[in-house]
Design a protein. Structure first.
Length: 432
């Protein structure tokens, strides 16, 4: 009788080490992670291809140009095949985010080309691995079976759990949970190498935390936790969707595409949703504000929660506007300036100029205001950020070129122009 091969945990040790160094999607307490998110991971993306095809990855107002998306995927695959990291002039490898963005826009129509590009056992940061993950996210059964096999140590890619985390659908949750429960009592999951040690299931749970709603552990903490706790959580939640699915909230095709991008891990699309003016986005955006660190009223614009709050602001939410006004007078004022630049309009300019006057700055933060060492720097950053913002928002701004006292110039200008200020008509741009 052939002995059953014991499960391999090597890949999850790597994942645990990565998770220990930092959460995937630092979305204001959110590691974000939220698959949006997961990833959530605010990534820096490379523009590797020509400017023309790049537009194929922007959500269209009408039907997506699947021919362009197909060509972009094919070109990335060819670049990957030719890429030689050993070559002296190899440059950067092809960007796998090209695959994820294209798949998010084109959807199931791209499955045939993704199947030609996909290969099992490769990292999600490669073109073939990204194609495999995209197929699984689109519901391709073969790709899901491949990832399940990899998780169990067959054709091990080194990051099967993180790939399933990026897939992020209900089937991925089921695969990860089944693996977790099957191995929860396996002592071989615990490992030690010199002074280092850990739990090999950490990567599996770290992936789960990027997907499910209200996981029974804090985001950013990769310790697997008690299997009983997870079992109780699953018993309470298995009858309801536990992963993010949001594009069905919209009737407008453009908004549907943006929502898919959010779901696929591109949180800048949240800002595009706010700029779209689609009020159907309000319910979704309010849901996204419940993601991440809730200890403060507002989160930074580089977080999923902060983006959602800012998008609500763009759609006219008064509660969020008042929260941003408070943030503008706080140590986080520079972030508030960015948000007001995003929403634009006269009331944003008015808020900035009134704050530049400085009467209320740090008034609710006496410890900061009376800090003789740090307060001057905080005030300088506040004034500098505001003095730089209106230049792009109003017509005929004052000339502050080479002017060290631009704050006074702006305040004098505002005193003369407050009632007749002319705004610049800005061209709508895509954030994602």
């Amino acid at each position: 009788m052939q002995r059953k091969k014991s499960p391999k945990f090597r890949s999850h040790r790597v994942l645990l080490a990565k998770a220990t160094l930092g959460s995937q999607f630092n979305n204001g307490g959110l590691p974000v992670p939220f698959l949006l998110l997961g990833r959530l991971r605010l990534c820096l993306f490379f523009l590797l291809l020509s400017a023309g095809p790049a537009f194929a990855q922007v959500c269209p107002q009408g039907e997506s140009n699947n021919a362009q998306l197909l060509a972009k995927i094919t070109q990335s695959a060819r670049q990957f095949e030719r890429y030689d990291p050993e070559a002296g002039d190899a440059g950067s490898p092809p960007d796998p985010e090209v695959i994820y963005r294209s798949a998010a826009i084109g959807g199931k129509a791209l499955i045939p080309v993704l199947r030609r590009v996909s290969k099992p056992g490769m990292s999600l940061y490669t073109i073939p691995g990204a194609a495999q993950v995209s197929l699984a996210k689109l519901g391709d059964r073969e790709a899901l079976n491949q990832l399940e096999s990899e998780l169990n140590g067959e054709n091990d890619s080194g990051d099967a759990a993180s790939k399933l985390g990026r897939v992020g659908n209900e089937k991925a949750v089921a695969i990860l949970l089944n693996y977790f429960f099957e191995h929860a009592s396996d002592k071989s999951r615990l490992w030690r190498s010199g002074d280092l040690g850990g739990d090999s299931l950490g990567g599996v749970v770290a992936a789960l935390v990027t997907i499910v709603r209200n996981p029974p552990m804090e985001p950013g903490r990769p310790a697997p936790g008690d299997s009983k706790t997870w079992a109780e959580w699953w018993e309470q939640n298995k009858g309801n969707p536990v992963s993010l699915s949001i594009d069905g909230h919209f009737r407008d095709p453009y908004s549907q595409c943006l929502a898919r991008k959010v779901e696929w891990g591109f949180p800048d699309a949240i800002l595009d949703l706010g700029a779209s003016g689609d009020r159907e986005a309000i319910q979704l955006l309010k849901m996204l504000t419940r993601i991440g660190d809730q200890r403060s009223r507002v989160s930074g614009i580089d977080t999923v929660r902060g983006r959602a709050q800012t998008a609500l602001l763009k759609l006219g939410n008064e509660e969020e506007f008042n929260a941003i006004l408070s943030e503008l007078e706080s140590p986080s004022s520079v972030d508030a300036v960015k948000k007001l630049q995003y929403i634009g309009g006269k009331r944003a300019v008015v808020a900035l100029m009134h704050s530049l006057n400085g009467a209320n700055f740090l008034s609710e933060y006496p410890d900061w205001k009376n800090d003789g060492i740090n307060a001057p720097g905080i005030l300088f950053d506040h004034d500098e950020a505001i003095a730089s913002a209106p230049v792009k928002m109003v017509a005929s701004p004052p000339d502050t070129t080479g002017e060290p006292k631009s704050k006074k110039k702006w305040l004098d200008w505002w005193e003369k122009n407050e009632n007749a200020v002319q705004l610049v008509r800005t061209r709508e741009v895509s954030f994602e």
